[in-house]
Design a protein around this ligand. Structure first.
Ligand SMILES: Nc1nc2c(ncn2[C@@H]2O[C@H](COP(=O)(O)OP(=O)(O)OP(=O)(O)O)[C@@H](O)[C@H]2O)c(=O)[nH]1
Ligand SMILES: [Mg+2]
Length: 250
């Protein structure tokens, strides 16, 4: 089945202040999402943004960062329930095409980063969707990609494995070279999203032929078929069989 023209559903998640809403604006090319200037929490549940770029349409779902103790136990549990409802709703209405995990580089690696990953990717999505990492806050780097080189071992150590990544700045009020980096970041994120959604085409058998930049890991796909993912760049074949990746069976 080739459905390259349909709208793709992207769920954005990560800690409060990681830059999720800024990434929405970066992708959209305009200010559609409210960001929080003083790192105050400003997205309490989830918000849907219809976005189009490169000739394709997306629905981006910006969610709340699930973290303790900042939210308090009630807020934390509400946050989990809300996120779970969103995933269930999307699952019933055509599926989730991509999880976009937003992490602020430079700070201390917190348990909440790992918890958010586990909840969204492992628990809610049962590892059955594509997941990409967007590392923000890298405008001070000579080469933004260094953010990944420096941090990839830490992510691996905490079991955070992703299908692709982008190292960016999502801060748009900066000038000079940083404004150029912002424009570059837009291309990097858009390319990443496109590669892991619309560029993943399916062949006649229903197998997905995707272009992937994967972190070394083994993935169980489709009906239990396993595809090795050893830092693979190029075309990877996954056994999708009728939208397995988009619909998650709880
Ligand atoms: N320096 C820098 N600041 C950033 C970057 N991305 C976002 N910010 C700033 O960090 C603050 C928080 O960004 P948001 O996009 O609101 O973060 P969020 O993850 O949506 O936060 P919540 O909705 O509260 O969960 C804002 O002031 C942004 O301008 C970045 O790449 N670099
Ligand atoms: Mg936000």
């Amino acid at each position: 089945m080739i459905d390259g023209m349909s709208t793709k559903n992207i769920v954005l998640f990560g800690e409060a202040g990681a830059g999720k809403s800024s990434v929405v604006n970066l992708m959209a090319g305009e200010e559609v999402a409210i960001t929080s200037p003083d790192m105050q929490r400003c997205t309490m549940t989830w918000t849907e943004y219809p976005i189009a770029f490169g000739g394709y349409e997306y629905k981006v779902f910006d969610t709340i960062g699930l973290e303790e103790p900042q939210l308090g136990i009630d807020g934390y549990l509400d946050g989990i329930a809300n996120a779970r409802n969103l995933i269930t709703e999307l699952n019933n209405e055509g599926g989730i095409d991509l999880l976009l995990f937003c992490v602020r580089a430079g700070g201390k690696f917190t348990a909440n980063v790992q918890k958010n990953y586990r909840l969204f990717y492992e628990e809610f999505c049962k590892k059955k969707v594509q997941i990409v990492l967007v590392l923000t806050g890298l405008e001070g780097e000579q080469n933004m990609e260094d953010g990944w080189i420096r941090n990839k071992d830490t992510f691996a150590k905490y079991g955070i494995l992703v299908d692709g990544h982008a190292c960016i700045t999502a801060a748009n009020k900066l000038d000079g070279r940083r404004q150029e980096l912002y424009q570059l970041s837009r291309q990097l994120v858009r390319n990443l999203v496109r590669e892991h959604t619309h560029d993943r085409v399916t062949d006649k058998r229903g197998a997905t032929v995707g272009r992937r930049a994967m972190v070394g890991r083994e993935a169980t796909v489709g009906r239990g078929a396993t595809v090795g993912r050893g830092a693979m760049v190029g075309s990877g074949v996954t056994d999708e069989r009728g939208g397995w990746f988009r619909r998650i069976c709880f």
